[in-house]
Ligand binder design. Structure first.
Ligand code: PMP
Ligand code: GLN
Length: 386
């Protein structure tokens, strides 16, 4: 057949997460690549889903989401960030944060619009933006401290800028944007009359007593920002693919136009269970953060003993590690393949989070795994490299 397929998406291979997970399965390797917990989230949340599945209803729920979940998302915004949200006009439920992001790009962008993004970045942003014909303007935060490049950001904004995509806490760097950095970004958004898509899927994974600050909470940002969360991350149920999006009515109207044609609606039993989960007590949220922080510390200490240079991770599930001290000759992709096959531990290459020409001596390890698994991974790495 010679009829061409889409010429943007066909430039992309299979995502690094699927590729490395498949290799990990094939080699029976401990998978610290793809960001997925090894332990399912709260039983009580899963029980609500199971009961709702049996008792129904199991027909199309309302397009924007079931009222219980819309209200729960609005309450969560108030409880954690003091945001007043109208659940009937400002919340929408999606098939994971992935669909929420896609809906935002489809609903808000026209061909030729410019979008400012910060590398390294999550892999689903650029293909969709480029597919629409919008123009990405990439700015980098550089390891080891991932500082905000203010001059480059100022230069990246123009009168064609429609959107900023901001991921905080940030995958894969583990950077959590502070209030000063957010204020700077807010200034650029106002100056250029642009919107921000705030990917906040790791909002409850901020460590060391720091706090997550949604850009939406800053002065004059309430109407300009779309805030995206993910039940997959917040309740360690990544396979459920339930995302939630909060935005002022003018933006929400446009974004919902995409949702109605992309998925239209989301499984009702899972929505009911996530509504229940969002209402869990403060102890759920604080234990969750504390457990992940302990796992971060355990893995970071072990990887340092192996000889990696481990960069600080203020949030997310991830540690970025420089492997150049281990004597391996080859780039990040080769290193990840090598340790999967020869050591039985899998990571993902940090270069996969760049459009092109990213650094080639960093890999990302994921720590949302039980301590015994992290310890075994470190043991295998030590046995090989020491
Ligand atoms: N954004 C970021 C930064 C992520 O790491 C992920 C990973 N899952 C997503 C969005 C997608 O979230 P979901 O699984 O809810 O679609
Ligand atoms: N967000 C997860 C990660 O960064 C994986 C998501 C996916 O597999 N698409 O590892």
């Amino acid at each position: 057949m010679t009829t061409p397929v889409n010429n943007i998406l066909s430039q992309y291979g299979t995502t690094i997460f699927a590729t490395m997970s498949q290799l990990a399965t094939e080699y029976n390797s401990i998978n610290l690549g793809q960001g997925a917990p090894d332990l399912d989230g709260p039983l009580e949340v899963r029980e609500v889903a199971a009961k709702a599945l049996i008792e129904g209803p199991n027909q199309y729920p309302p397009m924007m989401g079931i009222p219980d979940l819309l209200k729960a998302v609005a309450d969560h915004n108030k409880r954690f960030y003091g945001l007043d949200v109208d659940w009937q006009r400002e919340v929408m439920i999606t098939s994971g944060a992935t669909e929420a992001l896609c809906d935002c790009f489809m609903g808000l962008l026209n061909p030729g619009d410019e979008v400012v993004l910060i590398e390294p970045l999550y892999d689903s942003y650029l293909p969709i933006i480029r597919h629409i014909g919008a123009v990405p303007k990439l700015v980098r935060v550089e390891p080891p401290h991932w500082e905000l490049p203010r001059n480059e950001l100022e230069a990246a904004f123009s009168d064609k800028t429609k959107l900023l995509v901001l991921n905080s806490p940030m995958n894969p760097s583990g950077k959590v944007f502070n209030e000063d950095e957010l204020a700077f970004l807010a200034g650029l958004l106002k100056k250029h009359d642009a919107y921000a898509i705030c990917d906040e899927v790791y909002e409850h994974l901020v460590f060391d007593g720091q706090k997550h600050h949604p850009l939406m909470c800053l002065p004059d940002m309430r109407e300009r920002c779309v805030r995206i969360g993910s039940a997959g991350k917040t309740f360690s149920l990544t396979g459920w693919k339930i995302g939630y999006l909060t935005a002022a009515p003018a933006l929400m109207g446009a974004i919902a136009k995409a949702h109605q044609f992309v998925t239209f609606t989301i499984p009702p039993h899972l929505q009911k269970a996530v509504a229940y989960g969002l209402g869990l007590g403060d102890d759920y949220y604080s234990n969750f953060t504390k457990e992940m922080q302990d796992q971060r510390d355990l893995l970071a200490a072990g990887l340092k003993e192996v000889g990696f240079k481990v960069l600080d991770s203020q949030g997310t599930y991830f540690l970025t590690c420089d492997f150049s001290g281990l004597g391996f000759e080859g780039d990040d992709a080769a290193f990840c393949e090598y340790i999967t096959k020869e050591v039985g531990v899998t990571a993902v290459p940090t270069g996969a989070f760049y459009q092109a020409d990213g650094p080639s001596h960093f890999v990302r390890f994921c720590f949302c795994k039980q301590p015994a698994m992290l310890e075994e991974a470190v043991k295998r790495l030590k046995a090989h490299f020491l």
